[in-house]
Design a protein around this ligand. Structure first.
Ligand code: PMP
Length: 370
């Protein structure tokens, strides 16, 4: 045992322990190379083989079609908020759906940079007036049928709102590519990649350590960037160079590759979905049955399996709740500062035992303080 706690951090979040153990074992000498992955050239055959295997495993896990490029970039999902409009607008307008803090940030950044690509960004729908506790009905969205793309965040990490309903994507006008920020639920369940023009995700939740930004982009969306775009921000250049125009985050890519192998070993994304549905179901059922002591405000059909925000109806108990959680070996439960309360992030690496430990603690706290 390593004296590890149950880690409910929203990100960087828990990594699978078998992956960390393998990293430890290979840290000083990777596969007999006489050095660790961190220390070797990114253009050498060892690291090149790691990169190739990592991409192949991701393609297999997600069923990524051949006409999509997989890019391992840097700058976080936040940099993609700018790179997406800069690469894809080409003088047109982008439609944005705002369903929480992250899609709102993406919209604001698109508005900020759009003119550099001769374009603009407009709002197709928002759930802000209702407090970001659900998703707008597909029929209420105001689409521009000529939009360069439609952007949404399929899992809002702070508000705990996840898109399960295909109707939202079905409603997007034919020919308008769907661009999705999947940072906080990628790899949590199977997704039909072919329904999207571009999928992006920061790595530090379900992929691996921070430092990689994954972009999965359909071929026809490459090559539309203005000539003034910085080279490292141009998807076409990065794709033509297999994400190796410059030095990629080699250690983070290696660890992501181990996470992908771990996922394959557990049965892939369908198996992860079953695990994640069970975990989230246990916690939401417990919260709903607490007689109002704990509350989650999100509409049931849009409740995130990855990020479960909840409040104690008596907020005066928050500090005691967190102190007791810490003493019980439960970490990372404080809610985002913008919404307060608590949040339990249940990423792939958190097993059902961790969720049961959390529920046991919550039940005990309510019995003492309720
Ligand atoms: N989008 C979502 C859904 C996120 O959860 C986050 C980070 N928590 C971001 C974007 C920003 O990611 P990064 O910090 O990698 O820029």
């Amino acid at each position: 045992s390593y004296d590890r706690v149950w880690n409910f951090s929203a990100g960087p979040g828990a990594l699978p322990q078998p992956v960390l153990e393998q990293v430890r074992d290979e840290l000083l000498n990777w596969h007999g190379a006489g050095m660790g992955i961190m220390e070797m050239s990114h253009r050498g055959k060892e690291f090149m083989s790691v990169l190739e295997q990592t991409e192949a495993d991701l393609r297999a896990l997600m069923g990524i079609p051949a006409n999509y490029k997989v890019l391992f970039l840097q700058g976080g999902a936040t940099q993609q908020f700018a790179e997406i409009p800069l690469n894809l607008l080409a003088g047109r307008s982008a439609d944005h759906l705002v369903t929480g803090s992250w899609s709102k940030k993406a919209y604001k950044e698109a508005q900020r940079v759009a003119s550099q690509a001769g374009g603009s960004a407009r709002l197709a729908g928002s759930s802000e007036a209702g407090g970001f506790v659900g998703l707008p009905a597909a029929g209420t969205l105001d689409f521009d049928p000529k939009a360069a793309y439609f952007h949404l965040c399929t899992n809002e990490t702070i508000h705990g709102v996840e898109v399960f309903d295909d109707a939202l994507i079905d409603a997007v006008p034919a020919g308008v590519p769907v661009v999705a920020d999947m940072s906080s639920h990628i790899l949590s369940r199977p997704m039909d990649v072919s329904r999207y023009g571009l999928i992006y995700a920061g790595a530090q939740k379900n992929i691996g350590p921070s430092g990689i930004t994954l972009v999965i982009v359909r071929d026809d969306l490459l090559g539309h960037a203005p000539a003034t775009l910085p080279t490292v921000m141009d998807y076409k250049v990065m794709a033509d160079n297999d994400s190796m125009l410059n030095t990629p985050p080699t250690f983070a890519i290696y660890i992501a590759g181990l996470v992908f192998q771990w996922l394959k070993g557990l049965g892939g994304l369908a198996a992860m979905e079953a695990r994640n549905a069970e975990k989230a179901g246990l916690l939401y059922d417990f919260i709903d049955a607490s007689g109002g002591f704990y509350r989650n405000p999100v509409e049931k059909s849009a409740r995130s399996r990855m990020n479960v925000p909840f409040v104690l109806t008596d907020a005066a108990l928050d500090a005691d709740f967190l102190a007791g959680a810490k003493a019980a070996g439960l970490s990372g439960l404080k809610g985002h500062k913008s919404v307060g309360g608590m949040r339990a992030s249940l990423y792939n690496a958190t097993p059902v035992e961790g969720v049961k430990a959390l529920i046991d603690y919550m039940r005990d706290f309510q019995a003492r303080r309720g």
